[in-house]
Structures are given as C-alpha cells and as structure tokens.
Write a protein that binds this ligand. Sequence first.
Ligand code: PLP
Length: 221
Amino acid sequence: MALAEIAQRMRVAEVAAGRAEGSVTLIAVSKVQPLERVVAVLAEGHRVFGENYVQEAAAKWPDLRDRFGPVELHMIGPLQTNKAKLAVELFDAIHTLDRPSLAQKLASLAQARGTCPQLFVQVNTGEEPQKAGVLPADLAGLLRDCRAMDLAPVGLMCIPPEGEDSTPHFAMLAAMAAEHGLSGLSMGMSGDFEAAIAHGATHVRVGSAIFGARDYPVKPL
Ligand SMILES: *Cc1c(COP(=O)(O)O)cnc(C)c1O
C-alpha cells in the first residue's frame, strides 16, 4: 500500500542523511481526495493530515475526528485573513503565515484563545509573482513583526517552482531557518520528499503519492 511504501522510503532517506529513523513527520495531504481514500489511510493508523482549504477541511474533519479520534491537522494552503478564526479552531499547525496582516489576526486570536497553532512562515524562495509566501528579503522583518506580537513561528515552509530542481530551494530554506534559529522545515512533496529529507526537512507534505492523483481541479496556489 502506498502509505507504507512512502513511510519506508522516508526511513531510507532519513538513514542516508544520517538522521534518526522516524524523525521526519509525514503530512498526508488529503485535499480534494474522495472521502473513502482518506478513510482508508486513517484505517491504516495514520493520524497526521494536511489540507489546503479551510472550508473543505471544516466540512470533513470534525466528523472524521469523531470517528477516528485525535488527528493532527496541518493547514498548508494560502490562508485568507477572514478564514483565520475557523482555521485556528480546526488546525494544529499553519504552514502559510506570510504577511503582517495575517500575523496580526493570528496574534489577536491566539490572545483571545490562550493558545495558538504551531506556525511556519512560508517563504517564496523562487520569488514567483503569483505565489504566496514572503520574499526572502522580507523574512527577517516578518519574523521581527511576529515576535513583537508574541507569535513564535517554529519553522519555515516553501513550495519550489514547478519544473525546477527543488534542491537549491530546500538548501536556501534550511540556511534561512538556521540563520533565524528556527528548527522546523516544511518542505518536500510527492516528487521530491527524499531530497527534502536530505536537506533537513522536519515535515514533508505528500499527497498524490499516498492517495493517488487528485481527480478534481485544484485552485492554483
Ligand atoms: C497539494 C500540496 C502538496 C502535496 O502535493 P503532491 O504533489 O500531491 O504530493 C504539498 N504541499 C502543498 C502546499 C500542496 O498544496
């Protein structure tokens, strides 16, 4: 089964990189997958999932958590400020903090709730105009803003440009995280998670290699 195969390939990549077996978190990206495929992966015992759309996740996961127990949910898609409240209620981690206005909103929600999801700052390492994420040059400023608001991001996230070698982007993200004293690195997808592990990924986000191809159109990132 695909999940077991991905887990096995992750262990091989961890060992090859001189890292502890099982030290990298596998986020199973279930966006727009038919429910029966998600249930099959839950039935195999996996409990860490990623979603791109707040509304889709809100429609699916409360019921699945009732059926299967605690599930660690990661928000990996662009987050609109007006969906932030629902997002902090639903997700254990948000990987797409990329602007001061969203930091401000998350900070005020965290203050009111007394708790905050784990936060990763998304960096637009390829400096693609259409892509979310803070530009590398603006990362230090955004982290300063976060800390001034009592937000403490744990790591960085990137989505390398399509059709390009991901490895320079993984190396760049790892260097930026080290420079800022951040231990989390959310990078690597179905096609490149082993390379990401070689470059220090702590969280890989794997969708189609676990669930199969997505049958439905996905909104562009
Ligand atoms: C969809 C998505 C993934 C998973 O992509 P696959 O190529 O199916 O593994 C990972 N990260 C983000 C941000 C995504 O939107």
